[in-house]
Structure formats: C-alpha cells, structure tokens
Ligand binder design. Structure first.
Ligand code: SF4
Length: 432
C-alpha cells in the first residue's frame, strides 16, 4: 500500500531515500533464458503466467504478451476490472526466453530476475502478462471491426537484439488486417537499440504516436535506476537523441515521454521536464512510482498521494490548459505551492477530474483522455493513483483531501468511495 506520507513523515519521496538495492548474482544456467531454452517446451496457444510449470519457449514476432486488462477485454482471461467496463488500449509486449536485457531498478521485467522467474512469468506494472500468438490477436480484433473496444494498440519494444526487426513485423501484421484509423498504433520505443532510420521506418509503416520511456525525470535518477547504477545499458543522452528524432519524424502532438513520479526527483524537476516536452510539441505520460514486487526498488515507499496529486494537477495544467511552469510557485523542497491559476479556475479543473485519470496516448473520447488507461498499474484499487475511469463524487472529495484543498462543507469521509462506487459516470462518459 502507498504511504500517506513518505520517509520521516515527508509528503514526498526524497532522492536520498530512493536508492535501489543491488541485484543478486544469477546462476550461470539461468542466464539469458537458459532454463527455458534448455527445456525447449513447445508453445501451444495462449500461455497464462504460472510459476509452477515450465515456461514454453515463446518468441516474438509469433508471440507477444498482453496486459491482464487487455486479456480480460479480449476474453482471453476471465475477470472483471474494478469500476471499468474494459480497457481501451491493447498493450502488447515483445517476448523472448532471454527477456529484456536491461536491468531497470523499478521494473518487474528486469534482467536480474532471471535468478527467480522466467521472463513470460514476470509481473510488470503490478499484473501478469499472458503470452498470446500474434495471429490470434489480429484475428480477434479484425473480426470485431468497427465494434472493437480498443481505441489504440501499443507495441512495447523492450531491450533485445531482435526488438527493432520484430516490432516492424508485428506492426505490419497488424496494419495488413486492421485499419490504423480504426485502431491507431503507438510505439513504446527502446532507444538503446534504435537509430533514426528505425524511427522513420515505423512512421512509414503507419505508426501514429512514438513514445520514449524516459521514466526518470533527471539524468542522475536515470543513471541510478536504468544506467550504470544497476548494470543496465541505457543512457539519458541516447533516449533524448531518439526523442528528438521522433519530434522531427512524427511531428507535433505525435510524440511523448513517460515519466515516473516519486523516484527521488523534486516536483519542480518533473514539471520543468513536462514544460520542456510541451515546448518541443510533445506530451508527458505520467506514472506514480509503485514498488513492483521482485524489482530492485520493491523495498521503497510508493509515492505519497500529496506529491502525486500536485504533480498530476500541475502536469495537466501545463499539457492542456496553457499554464506555464514559470507561472507556478515552489517551496524550498521543490513542492508546488501555487498552480498559477485563480482558485475558481483551478476548482473547475479539479472537479472535472480528468487531470487525475491515467495519462497516455489519446483515445477516441477526447484529446485529454488517454486510451491507455492501465487499470491499477500504479496503485491498488483501494488507494488509486491514476484513475482508469472518470473520478466523481467521493473520488473528487478524496482527491481534494489528498491535495489539502477540501471545499468548505464537503469533507472527505475515509472509505466513502467504496460505499456507493456507482455514483460516478460510466468510463465512456465525456467529462464536463
Ligand atoms: S528497458 Fe523497459 S522492460 Fe526492460 S527493464 Fe527497462 S523498463 Fe523494464
């Protein structure tokens, strides 16, 4: 569960407290997917993650993994999503027995996990990722035609020597059968293995939006969590090189960067980065840090809700309301103390609730509502960080309580959102 406050009662996660642990040594036989490759169990259709069986040797481009929410929406897994009818984004992940060759400290897919869990069985953003033949996915979505529940598909590349080539194959396989106007495609790139020509190829093949998972808001945090600090191959400079290539090639509003909030940066750090992306013509897609089980940061506190809500609100103002970070005020710890808008205007934006929804590439409802709703990818449903549905009523009172901006006479009663969760509109409802 996320803390109400961070270390030593602070309402933010400071840099000094967010040090990843060192990875354990990996037995030789387990390296590079050794166990899966030695057993060489032939895949037989859909594989649901299960740590008690020998994981089949599945590889992209024939196989991809998909989020639990996407598998439930497609009817591949049983289940329901708390207060969501479905997910609107079909998130696909390239898959290999060797897995991702990077070692990012906050990530459940990281290489160091070879010691304890085969790649296709690893949890990622808090959920399992079933492996499914790509042909079966295309067949199902093409069969639904205009009635598909998905507003967008996203290919996540991971770090693997084959990922550039296989991303192209997966994208082609999709666009051969599915009109990218019906379901536009986003690419969550892996800059470490890419060149400018790779970005051009993906654009030429019909990709709509290109994103770069910077994840860390500063070069120091990047290096500590996904570079030399954890024996991982990524560099801040290479990520920015590819991001700037994407700006040139995909154009305004068609590129963006992922940022995880609460890994030791200040609120001013994140919001200056958000402003930089907006000034370049792009968008930021925000994630609230959650200590992923099995990751090198699983001992660290989730981002306190105060910090997260301030950053969510300020990011929305910069991305969609023409407020500039220079209009905002910060205290000595870099926390937002003034959002740069008159209280009445700020109240209207808070009450509309969109600022607190999951952020990402847009769907078909409206430009500022993300198709990529990632239900409960950065929090448990009991203490939601990014709302995968339209927050209303008690949700807004809770958000206001977390922001220390309760309205007079409208206090939040702890737990009231669970008493009558149906007082919010359906997820499809357009926000005011
Ligand atoms: S490159 Fe991406 S998938 Fe691989 S460990 Fe880093 S965050 Fe996870």
């Amino acid at each position: 569960m996320p803390a109400e406050t961070g270390p030593n009662g602070a309402d933010f996660n400071p840099f000094a407290a967010m040090q990843p642990r060192r990875p354990d040594a990996i037995p030789r036989d387990f390296r590079n997917g050794g166990r899966v490759k030695t057993a060489d169990v032939a895949p037989a259709g859909v594989y649901l993650p299960n740590n008690n069986v020998m994981t089949p040797a599945m590889r992209s481009p024939e196989y991809v993994q998909m989020s639990t929410a996407a598998a439930i929406t497609l009817g591949i897994m049983p289940g329901m999503l708390y207060r969501c009818a479905c997910t609107r984004c079909l998130n696909l992940l390239l898959t290999y027995p060797e897995g991702c060759r990077a070692n990012c400290a906050y990530c459940g897919l990281a290489r160091h996990r070879e010691a304890e869990r085969d790649y296709a069985d690893r949890n990622f953003i808090r959920v399992d990722w079933p492996a499914v033949p790509m042909a079966e996915i295309v067949e199902k979505v093409a069969g639904d035609g205009e009635n598909t529940p998905f507003h967008r598909m996203c290919i996540s590349m991971i770090t693997h020597p084959r990922s550039d080539e296989d991303t192209v194959t997966v994208l082609k396989q999709w666009t051969d059968r599915i009109d990218p106007v019906t379901v536009p495609v986003s690419i969550l790139s892996n800059p470490t293995t890419m060149q400018r020509a790779d970005v051009e190829t993906l654009k030429d093949l019909g990709a709509d939006i290109f994103t770069v998972a910077l994840d860390a808001a500063t070069p120091e945090i990047f290096d500590r969590t996904r570079g030399k600090g954890v024996d991982s191959p990524h560099s801040w400079k290479k990520y920015w090189d590819i991001l700037l290539n994407a700006r040139d090639i995909f154009g305004p509003q068609k590129f963006g960067a992922h940022i995880i909030v609460g890994m030791g940066e200040t609120e001013a750090d994140v919001l200056n980065l958000v402003q930089r992306l907006v000034d370049l013509g792009g968008h930021s897609h925000m994630f609230c840090f959650f200590p992923e089980k099995g990751s090198l940061m699983d001992h660290l506190p989730a981002t306190p809700r105060d910090q997260w809500r301030r950053v969510q609100l300020a990011r929305y103002l910069i991305d969609y309301c023409d407020v500039r970070v220079g209009q905002m005020a910060f205290d000595g710890e870099g926390r937002v103390t003034d959002f740069g808008l008159p209280q009445g205007e700020l109240d209207a934006i808070i009450d509309a609730g969109i600022a607190f929804r999951t952020s990402g590439c847009p769907g078909k409802f409206q430009e500022d509502i993300s198709a990529c709703d990632r239900p409960y990818g950065d929090s448990p449903p009991s203490n939601i960080a990014s709302y995968p549905f339209q927050p209303a009523g008690a949700d807004i009172r809770r958000i206001r309580h977390q922001l220390d901006m309760e309205k007079p006479g409208e206090p939040y009663e702890p737990g009231e959102e669970f008493d009558d969760p149906d007082d919010s509109p359906a997820p499809e409802a357009r926000a005011p």
